[in-house]
Design a protein around this ligand. Structure first.
Ligand SMILES: Cc1ncc(COP(=O)(O)O)c(C=O)c1O
Length: 452
């Protein structure tokens, strides 16, 4: 009975995979926030180095992973694939459950897969300072880690609710030498405006992005790094699925169902896109399920429309599933899933019918995470609990239907910095935020009017 499927360092992929090459229809254009005309590379230059802008627009199927990036990846990659024997037994399911574990990275999640190349390309372009936002604290930690390796200054705007919930995340960022600020903050004009209107604002990813972008555009030696959503981020995360494909072959299995949680869409794309591409090129097809929180139901209840990526409307307009850039989701504990939008590539794949989406409330996700911890030993991040819940529901369906399907899910991070949330769950203090129809309708009514 084999539990771990491990690759040698020499088997680590040397290329990232780009689903843009296999989309049956191209992605809708990205529009300039002022002119609403398609953006060119130079429009993005104040924010990103040219090498990342090229990766944003490329339709090449394979993009080489630079050797210095692969050398850092080796600190934790290839990441293990596990067969969840304990969970299968606890559920009494005939399904075979596998999970790819990304919590083995120094930051504890999949986020360094893109933080490392982003810091590398910026450093190559001579940039000394990076700004960013963080929701769960995982991304901020990852970019701080990457900044320390490539000798760069990093300023992280952490959504206030998460800053207060997770003081040790900030301590880790500071250990790596980064500066961590609660957002909204007094550091930026936009932060001051938000605080003037509501001094107790709990913050949102949209606001934190605006603050980070505002600092970046003011200084030519400072650039902005985003932890999800963008095409180049999804490209970097494809290493998750590429490794998983090799590992599923080692296990002599191929997934019938693939499950991932979605905040901005990067870990889901990471595990799912290489399999989607494989099927689009005529290979075996897997059912793919995205899991999101009911309190921030971007894919299941949002609108597919052009919208801004941030609250201050400084970012370009992209066509995506959105709840409206003014939507402030309630302060539930999966901070990394509290984003109003969805990656344009994930949204496009959804419109093309390449995957399904479901939503769950936070308490049922914690219940799933606790069951997982008690049978597999790993305490998942609250975000990852959504994928755990999705996988368990698929396994229970297999039990009802008497099917021996193979289920693969992405356990995108551990929850060691999220224990306050588990404590609240055990104390019965967590509530299932009702999806606020009225607030959502209001936020959606503010969508920009763009034809297309
Ligand atoms: C552990 C973890 N999982 C998931 C997410 C959601 O992001 P994405 O959908 O881009 O993977 C985050 C974001 O912060 C995270 O920290």
């Amino acid at each position: 009975m084999q539990t771990k499927f491990l690759l040698e360092e020499s088997q680590m992929p040397k290329y990232w995979y780009n689903l843009q090459a296999d989309f049956p229809e191209p992605l809708p254009a990205v529009l300039h926030p002022g002119t609403q005309q398609p953006v060119g590379p130079s429009d993005l230059e104040p924010l990103f180095p040219m090498s990342l802008i090229e990766q944003e627009v490329t339709t090449e199927r394979e993009v080489e992973i630079p050797e210095p990036v692969r050398d850092v990846y080796k600190l934790w990659r290839p990441a293990p694939l596990y067969r969840a024997h304990g969970l299968e037994k606890a559920l009494g399911t005939p399904a075979k459950i596998f999970y790819k574990y990304e919590g083995v990275s120094p930051a504890g999640s999949h986020k360094p897969n893109t933080a490392i190349p982003q810091a590398f390309y910026n450093r190559e372009a001579g940039i000394r300072t990076l700004t960013t936002e963080t929701g769960a604290g995982q991304w901020g930690t990852s970019l701080s880690f990457a900044g320390s390796l490539f000798d760069m200054d990093v300023t992280v705007f952490q959504v206030r609710v998460s800053y207060n919930q997770k003081p040790y995340r900030r301590a880790v960022m500071e250990t790596y030498g980064a500066k961590c600020v609660a957002s909204p903050s007094e550091l930026t004009e936009f932060g001051r405006k938000v605080l003037a209107e509501n001094p107790d604002h709990t913050g949102s990813l949209g606001i934190a992005i605006s603050e980070a972008v505002e600092l970046a555009v003011q200084d030519p030696n400072t650039k902005y790094a985003l932890g999800s959503v963008l095409n180049h981020v999804l490209l970097h995360q494809s290493i998750i699925g590429l490794e998983s494909m090799q590992q599923m072959e080692m296990a002599d299995c191929w997934p019938d169902v693939i499950v991932g949680c979605t905040g901005g869409g990067s870990n889901f794309a990471g595990i799912a896109f290489p399999f989607m591409g494989h099927a689009l090129r005529g290979g075996q097809k897997s059912r793919i399920v995205a899991v999101e929180p009911s309190a921030c139901p971007t894919l299941t209840r949002g609108k597919y429309a052009y919208d801004y990526g941030d609250t201050a409307h400084m970012t370009p307009l992209t066509k995506m599933h959105t709840l409206g850039s003014d939507f402030t989701p309630p302060g539930f504990h999966a901070g990394g899933l509290r984003y109003h939008g969805m990656a344009p590539m994930v949204s496009h794949a959804k419109e093309l019918g390449l995957f399904e989406a479901v939503s769950y409330t936070q308490r049922e996700c914690f219940e799933a995470g606790v069951l997982f911890a008690r049978n597999e030993g790993i305490v998942p991040a609250p975000e990852a609990n959504h994928a755990v819940k999705g996988a368990i529901d698929e396994a229970l369906r297999c039990k009802r239907e008497g099917k021996e399907e193979v289920i693969l899910f992405n356990l995108c991070g551990h929850g060691h910095f999220d224990m306050a949330a588990y404590t609240s769950y055990f104390a019965g203090d967590l509530s299932d935020y009702e999806y606020d129809e009225q607030e959502l309708a209001m936020a959606l009514s503010g969508l920009p009017s763009v034809s297309g």
